[in-house]
Design a protein around this ligand. Structure first.
Ligand code: 5GP
Ligand code: MG
Ligand code: MG
Length: 179
């Protein structure tokens, strides 16, 4: 496993992200919505660094059915709190193709959100990205499959306190044992 972003770098990045978000909302109350499951670690750290009044909720999106390449995108909004007339900040772990953020943004607007902004820990620099861009990004990374700080492979590695790239032998071993 090769570390891409260390624990202190993550802490700095999340503080920077919170600072940008605070400056944008200027103390106005917001509804922060975590995209389950990958954003849970970022979400816990981020909401404690934001200074405005916050309502918090969750929504589930899954596209990686166990692999390292995207599958069908499924949104589950059963647990979502009321967002009607609220300024929503959607928080996700990573912006890859942008399909997840684009679809969730449309759904939140359809549920009557007054505004939807998006914050992500990571944005992959790659071709063929959605035209909808995240409003707040902590780190830009190369187009490699990463794990840790909430991001998984077969639901493993979310607990790592840093961001790492898995080696091919680790991908094979994890898929064999947990896939
Ligand atoms: P998008 O819809 O932007 O293509 O993909 C976003 C979702 O795909 C993320 O929320 C995340 O769950 C998953 N994803 C994309 N790239 C990676 C990656 O490098 N590692 C992991 N673990 N998940 C990823
Ligand atoms: Mg995700
Ligand atoms: Mg995943």
């Amino acid at each position: 496993m090769r570390t891409l972003i260390t624990e202190p770098q993550l802490a700095d990045g999340v503080s920077r992200l919170a600072g940008e978000i605070d400056r944008h909302y200027q103390g106005r109350p917001i509804t922060v919505v975590a995209v389950l499951t990958g954003s849970v670690v970022l979400f816990a750290d981020l909401i404690r660094r934001l200074s405005m009044p916050q309502r918090v909720g969750v929504v589930q999106a899954s596209s990686y059915r166990g692999g390292t390449r995207p599958g069908e995108l499924v949104i589950d909004a059963k647990m979502l709190i009321d967002v009607k007339n609220r300024d929503v900040l959607l928080v996700d772990d990573i912006f890859d193709t942008g399909a997840t953020i684009a679809k969730l943004r449309d759904e939140l607007l359809a549920f009557g959100a007054a505004s939807v902004a998006t914050a992500v820990l990571l944005r992959k620099v790659r071709e063929n990205q959605h035209t909808v861009r995240p409003n707040f990004v902590a780190f830009e990374i190369p187009d490699e499959f990463v794990v840790g700080y909430g991001l998984d492979f077969h639901d493993m590695y979310r607990n790592l306190p840093f961001i790492a790239v898995l080696e091919p032998d680790e991908i094979a071993a994890t898929a064999a044992e947990f896939g």
